[in-house]
Design a protein around this ligand. Structure first.
Ligand code: DSN
Length: 438
């Protein structure tokens, strides 16, 4: 606990103090003591974090910049315009709308414009990583658009291109969705774009997990390969504030989707995200390639090191991974649920995950774990650290060492990786005190 809280906590009523203490405990544990391998998370730079905690979090600005339904938005308008410009430039030229408050909201707006209730959409097979919002259980279902999975190619852990093209030609869906939440290798964007365009449909690419890799030029930019719309969140390999964006090079389509974001799916768009997103975009302009390069090298190294420790790592024949993710089968270590809990006791945070061969109802105790290296890379970890992480994991799951003992080792290992890298050096946090931008 820092000095400010040490000397001031007692001044608070008991129930308030409890909440403050739990928040401090969470912050310390997750930011300073654990190795976080949740593939969908990241941290902002201190500067972006300070900008996020701005007065904008209290304000409203429904509508588009300079065409609002509220007064008092002049700086918000200017920052939102710049945010869209910066993100569009990073995506190799695109119109960008930063108003969706999440990737799922971005998907909802795009899907709503591309198809009506009762029509059909094809999606990447769930085994190849489709996100729940792409399915009948999530946003597609809420819009009563029928989801049809593209066929799966077990050998390549990916969409089966030939069968997918035939399926698209026969059912003529309104749109296709690629991209997702658990995928190690790029989906076949060009092939699916050509097929869907030949039947008059559109391709949506959900870049939530790989946005930072795309911007860092370590993953194909789907807009260059025929995607009509990119939806994304802004807080995974792209290390910005939690939120969403929509990008497109088709001005008419972009405008239609903009009219669906507001008023259909978002009223106010959580304005404090905007300066934080703009600052992160500029960080990624300067450091994105270096950062993305280290992420993919770290993921591959972690996969190889886990395999060397005796784990069954998916994608062995394909080089394990080209993304920030590594997926392991832990059936022989007791299953995904048990393994994830054991690792948490050792201060290693992961999530259990269905593997391509799991039945969907195994969701509570699936066979696998999904690991993402983007956050630890952001804190400066390199290939050698990945080998050490693999050893920690093996000691917990294979050698069955006491996880609470390993938790202490993880905590001291983490001490060297507290500062956020790949960002501007100015750090408005001093001795635990955050200097807000007032
Ligand atoms: N559910 C998130 C993930 O962990 O991939 C994405 O929204």
């Amino acid at each position: 606990m820092n000095k400010f809280w040490e000397s001031n906590l007692e001044k608070l009523p008991q129930d308030v103090r409890e909440i403050v203490i739990k928040t401090i405990k969470h912050n310390r544990w997750r930011r300073y003591e654990t190795i976080n391998l949740i593939a969908s998370e990241n941290v902002m730079s201190p500067l972006a974090e300070a900008a996020y905690l701005s007065d904008m979090m209290h304000r409203y600005a429904e509508g588009k910049p300079f065409k609002r339904y509220y007064q008092g938005t002049i700086y918000v308008d200017e920052i939102e315009t710049k945010t869209s410009e910066f993100m569009g430039e990073l995506l190799g030229g695109a119109y960008v709308d930063p108003r969706p408050v999440s990737g799922t909201t971005a998907n909802a707006a795009a899907f709503r414009v591309l198809a009506e209730c009762g029509s059909k959409a094809v999606i990447a097979p769930v085994q190849a990583g489709a996100h729940v919002s792409h399915t009948k259980f999530g946003t597609l279902g809420a819009l009563c658009i029928e989801h049809i999975e593209l066929p799966y190619d077990e050998e390549n852990l990916n969409v089966d291109i030939d069968k997918a093209v035939k399926l698209i030609e026969s059912i003529k869906p309104k749109f296709a969705v690629l991209g997702g939440s658990v995928y190690l290798f790029p989906h076949p964007v060009r092939e699916i774009a050509d097929a869907i365009h030949s039947v008059g449909g559109r391709l949506v690419y959900d870049a939530a997990h790989v946005l930072g890799l795309i911007i860092g030029k370590r993953w194909r930019n789907p807009l260059d390969y025929g995607a009509d719309v990119v939806t994304s969140s802004t807080h995974k390999t792209f290390p910005g504030p939690q939120g969403g964006i929509i990008a497109s090079r088709d001005r008419d389509l972009f405008k239609k989707i903009g009219r669906a974001i507001f008023p259909l799916f978002v009223s106010n768009h959580h304005l404090h995200r905007l300066p934080a997103l703009a600052i992160t975009a500029l960080e990624m302009k300067h450091y994105g390639e270096l950062y993305a390069d280290q992420i993919v090298r770290n993921a591959k190294t972690l996969a190889e090191a886990l395999a060397a420790e005796g784990f069954k790592v998916l994608g062995e024949n394909l080089g394990y991974t080209k993304s920030h993710q590594v997926v392991i089968d832990v059936r022989s270590e007791g299953g995904g649920a048990k393994s994830a809990i054991l690792l948490e006791k050792a201060n290693i945070i992961v999530n259990k995950n269905l593997l391509p061969y799991d039945p969907p109802d195994a969701i509570k105790d699936p066979s696998g774990l999904r690991l993402g290296v983007q956050e630890m890379t952001r804190f400066g970890m390199k290939e050698e650290d990945m080998k050490i992480i693999a050893k920690f994991i093996a000691r917990v799951l294979k050698k069955r060492e006491d996880p609470t003992k390993i938790a202490q080792e993880v905590k001291s290992y983490r001490r060297d990786y507290i500062e956020v890298k790949y960002c501007f050096e100015l750090n408005p946090i001093d001795d635990g005190k955050l200097y807000l931008l007032f």
